[in-house]
Design a protein around this ligand. Structure first.
Ligand code: FES
Ligand SMILES: [Fe+2]
Length: 258
């Protein structure tokens, strides 16, 4: 895919393969509302339709079959969102945790050599924490978990987790028997691919799991906080939040990619 901004600043997305000889449009030329192929200069508009075939002269009509796939994209919450499904009349609302827009954030982008569902499973998997993150967020050997109690409210899955050291007792409580869980540690997942760890009301770790192909994904991790707002201090705090998240994420990736 190739992404470009049209003359009004809107992000557009079309397939990155010229319909003529298959050259990659992404190394071509961006001409305002069109993108020109680097090979013979065919220009495509935002709908993926060829509008100029230079060899025929600018005035010649362009045959209908000169076109590439185009995708609906929207820019919001610091991301570009792409609708990959069949064309539909109106797109569903973007999935996001709206409260995050009130906070500032820092971000890391990390390629993982696995399908994106492997990344999601890992972020919802609580028992790995004392093993994979023994030296960071999993200190204290809390290997036994109550729950998780999972609540699904239409859009969001919330996982409530309480971990503790092994006290020699058998964990026999079924999730349906757990009634007091609201103050437990919690994680949220929203389909198709966003997640947050609710550290505090104004502090979150957010992730977007972006599929690339069957064996590759890109994980975006953001450290969000709404506590420190003074510019320099805020950047300092966001930088350390991101640096720590990077260490934790590397620990996950190290195991998941195997
Ligand atoms: S390959 Fe793109 S114009 Fe020929
Ligand atoms: Fe982890």
């Amino acid at each position: 895919m190739i992404f470009f901004r049209d003359s009004s600043g809107q992000v557009q997305c079309i397939a990155d393969k010229c319909c003529h000889r298959g050259a990659s449009l992404s190394i071509g030329r961006h001409c305002g509302d069109t993108v020109a192929c680097p090979f013979h200069g065919i220009e495509y508009n935002r709908n993926g339709k060829a509008v100029v075939i230079p060899v025929n002269g600018h005035a010649s009509p362009v045959p209908e079959n000169f076109k590439v796939e185009s995708y609906s994209v929207q820019e919001a919450h610091g991301f570009i969102w792409l609708w990959y499904g069949d064309e539909i009349e109106s797109l569903p609302p973007l999935p996001f945790f709206e409260e995050l827009d009130e906070m500032s954030y820092s971000e890391i982008k990390d390629p993982w050599p696995v399908h994106y569902s492997r990344c999601i499973e890992n972020q919802l998997d609580a028992p790995h924490v004392p093993f994979v993150h023994r030296t960071t967020i999993g200190r204290g050997n809390k290997t036994v978990i109550d729950g998780p109690k999972v609540v699904f409210d239409d859009e969001t899955l919330t996982f409530y987790i309480k971990s503790h050291k092994d006290d020699g007792k058998i964990v026999a409580m079924k999730p349906s028997q757990i009634l007091q869980y609201k103050d437990w540690f919690s994680l949220q997942f929203r389909f198709p691919n966003i997640w947050q760890n609710l550290i505090a009301p104004k502090m979150r770790i957010f992730a977007a799991f972006v599929p690339v192909d069957e064996e590759n994904s890109v994980v975006y991790i953001r450290y969000y906080q709404g506590i420190v707002r003074i510019p320099l201090l805020r950047e300092l705090m966001n930088f350390s939040g991101k640096a720590f998240s990077k260490v934790v994420l590397r620990q996950d990736k190290n195991v998941v990619q195997t």
